[in-house]
Structures are given as structure tokens and as C-alpha cells.
Design a protein around this ligand. Structure first.
Ligand code: WQD
Length: 340
């Protein structure tokens, strides 16, 4: 199938492009390179042996989108393209709403008008806020969003569901709620390439280990967890990428879904603390990571990990790779990636 991957040069998008191609699909990439680099296409080409089609442009530009949809006959869409920095979204809410919501509306409009059959939306575990139950099932309530970024994911899920209901079977869709994606392709040829200072733990940690930054700050060690640091469900980006292929395959099949536009948690089901993650990194790489403990980061929650049974059962997908493997792969990528 021909699958349009918006944000296909980004961290999760680029890994998904590779897994799509390996599964026999034809990925078509759209990216505006606002938080990625064209050189990721070289990495994808080295892994696959060919360069997927790239359309450089913005998903909020309907003229550009129309030209892509008229040129390609798209069967399915995975819509990653979005702004994703929580803190930045508090400073620039309109930019986040305009970009993340505007692009989703335009892409869905294109999907409806060009006979696209399957649509996968990138959502986030952030929709659960500070959860009352752990592990978190999809039935847990969505909490009022604490940032415009988080709100765009909640609104996005709703827009997708309403559009799918209206399409009455011609378009099938699902939203995937990602927990914490980490790691890189095992080839070391593609990985996470944050522009500027990384917001997330693993890219920061690997940059410290590489000597590009002096010290990692652990944001709080007074949480009510066994070692006092926050707990997350860190999932290997290749596992996460494969979850998209599993989702598309069910959407393209005749299989009846129990809901219109279901949401699925994409996590391992296991929580790992920040301290455990640093120790695992040190063990697998043999590098000591200099870190200090600082105050809690505003907006952070104590613990967040998935109950992944729904996706395991309904889509037949299960995370296979360990946090140790993800950290080894992230480190291999860091050593190959340009110094920033
Ligand atoms: C993980 C843990 C930090 C950096 C965020 C978004 C979420 C999703 C994924 C993305 C926390 C601690 C971090 C550091 C630290 N969205 N930490 N020192 O906050 O769980 O999720 O990314 O697009 O919506 O909120 O991920 O990697 O930032 O933090 O101690 O320098 O690491 O406090 O406990 P988070 P993270």
C-alpha cells in the first residue's frame, strides 16, 4: 500500500518509514524540516537501499497538500507532523493550535476527498495527565490538559473520531497513545536529532555521555517511588514504529473493530525510573554519566506506564525490545550523529 507519512523525517516518522518499507508498503514522506534535517533521508536510504519519495512542505498548506494528493494515490496516512515541545506550547499556544489542529483538519479533508482508507494519528499518554491507576488502561479518563500541546492531542483524537463516524466505513482510523519513545535504529544510521537543547531525558543523557553537555540534571529525587525519581514507560522507537504497521494492517483488513476510531496505548507495560535508566545506560555502555539532582520540573508527574493489553489483543502487537537495547542503540546513534 502507498502510505503517506507526514513528519516522516522526524524521530518516530523516520523509523516508521523504514518499518513500512520492510513490511512491503511504499512510504511517501511529507516534512517541512522544522524540527528535523534533510540528512535523515540519507540514513533511510542507507538502511533501505533506496530513497523514499519526499515532498518538502507544510501540512497546514492546502495548496501543497492538494498537489501531493493529486500526484500520489495514497491508500493510508500516518500523521506525525506536529509541534511537540510542552513548554514552548505554553508560550506559543496559537502557533500550536494552528499547526497541530490546522494540519490535522487539512489532512483529514484530503483523506476524505481522495479515497484514503486508513488513518493513524499520533496521540500521547499525556492525555491521561496524572493517572489514578497504574498501569494505565485506555479506559482511564482523559484529564484536562495542562498544556496546549497536550490539548492538541485530546482535540485531535476527537476530530479524528467525529470524522471517522461521519465517513461511515469509507475511512477507518485509530489513535496511538505513545508513552516515552527512546532509542534509535540498530544500524546507527538514524535516530533522534533534537535541534538545540533536548527536552527529553535520553537525548540529553547521550549528549552528556558524548561530552557535548557537562552534566545531566535529574529533576527531583523526592517522588514517592522506590528510588525517589520519576517512573516512565520507555519504549524502543522501532517497537513503536512497528505498532503503526500493525495498526494499518488491521485498518486495511476486513476485521471488525469494536469501536469507531479506537485509541490504543503503545507502551511496554513496565515502568523504569530515571535513576534505573541512567544506571542501565552506564552498564551497557561502560560510561559514567555525570549527574546532579535538581528540583522537580514543573508539570512532571510521578509515574506513568501503560497497560498495553488492548493493543496486544486487538492488533497483535507487543513491544519486544528492552530499555537496555534502546539505550545501546541510542548511544550508537549519538556517536554517529553530528555534534551540536
Ligand atoms: C522523562 C523523565 C523527567 C530530562 C514528554 C512529554 C510527553 C511526550 C514525551 C512528546 C521525567 C526526567 C528529563 C532531564 C530528567 N511527548 N528528566 N532530566 O516528560 O515523560 O514526556 O515527552 O512528544 O508529552 O511530556 O519525558 O524524557 O522529558 O522525561 O530527570 O534532563 O525524565 O523529570 O521524570 P516526559 P522526558
Amino acid at each position: 500500500m502507498k502510505i503517506l507519512v507526514t513528519g516522516g523525517a522526524g524521530f518516530i516518522g523516520s523509523h516508521t518509514v523504514i518499518e513500512l518499507a520492510l513490511a512491503g508498503h511504499t512510504p511517501i514522506i511529507i516534512d517541512n524540516f522544522s524540527n528535523s534535517r534533510p540528512s535523515v533521508l540519507d540514513g533511510i536510504e542507507s538502511v533501505l537501499g533506496y530513497r523514499p519519495t519526499l515532498h518538502t512542505g507544510d501540512c497546514t498548506n492546502p495548496v501543497f497538500l492538494t498537489s501531493v494528493f493529486e500526484r500520489e494515490h495514497i491508500d493510508g496516512i500516518i500523521h506525525f507532523a506536529a509541534l511537540k515541545a510542552v513548554g514552548e506550547s505554553l508560550e506559543q499556544p496559537l502557533r500550536y493550535y494552528r499547526n497541530n489542529i490546522g494540519s490535522l483538519i487539512d489532512i483529514l479533508d484530503m483523506a476524505l476527498h481522495h479515497g484514503v482508507r486508513a488513518f493513524v494519528f499520533s496521540s500521547s499518554a499525556t492525555v491521561y495527565g496524572d493517572p489514578e491507576t497504574l498501569p494505565i488502561p485506555e479506559t482511564a479518563p482523559r484529564k484536562p490538559a495542562t498544556s496546549p500541546y497536550g490539548n492538541t492531542k485530546q482535540i485531535g483524537e476527537d476530530i479524528l473520531r467525529d470524522t471517522t463516524i461521519m465517513a461511515n466505513g469509507t475511512l477507518r482510523s485509530a489513535a496511538l497513545r505513545y508513552f516515552n519513545p527512546i532509542g534509535a535504529h540498530p544500524s546507527g544510521l538514524i535516530g533522534e536529532l533534537p535541534l538545540g537543547t533536548p527536552n527529553n531525558l535520553v537525548p540529553y543523557l547521550t549528549q552528556v555521555a558524548a561530552g557535548n553537555r557537562s552534566t545531566l540534571t535529574v529533576f527531583g529525587n523526592d517522588y514517592p517511588t522506590p528510588d525517589g525519581t520519576g517512573i516512565r514507560d520507555f519504549i524502543h522507537v522501532v517497537d513503536l514504529a512497528q505498532a503503526h504497521i500493525a495498526t494499518l494492517e488491521v485498518l486495511f483488513s476486513e476485521k471488525r473493530l469494536l469501536e469507531t476510531s479506537p485509541v490504543y496505548n503503545v507502551g511496554t507495560g513496565t515502568g523504569t525510573s530515571v535513576k534505573e535508566l541512567i544506571e542501565t545506560f552506564e552498564r551497557v555502555t561502560g560510561i559514567t554519566v555525570p549527574y546532579t539532582v535538581g528540583p522537580r520540573r514543573s508539570g512532571d508527574i510521578t509515574s506513568c506506564y501503560a497497560d498495553p493489553q488492548k493493543i496486544n489483543k486487538e492488533l497483535g502487537w507487543k513491544a519486544k525490545l528492552s530499555v537496555a537495547q534502546a539505550l545501546e542503540d541510542a548511544w550508537r546513534w549519538q556517536q554517529n550523529s553530528p555534534k551540536q
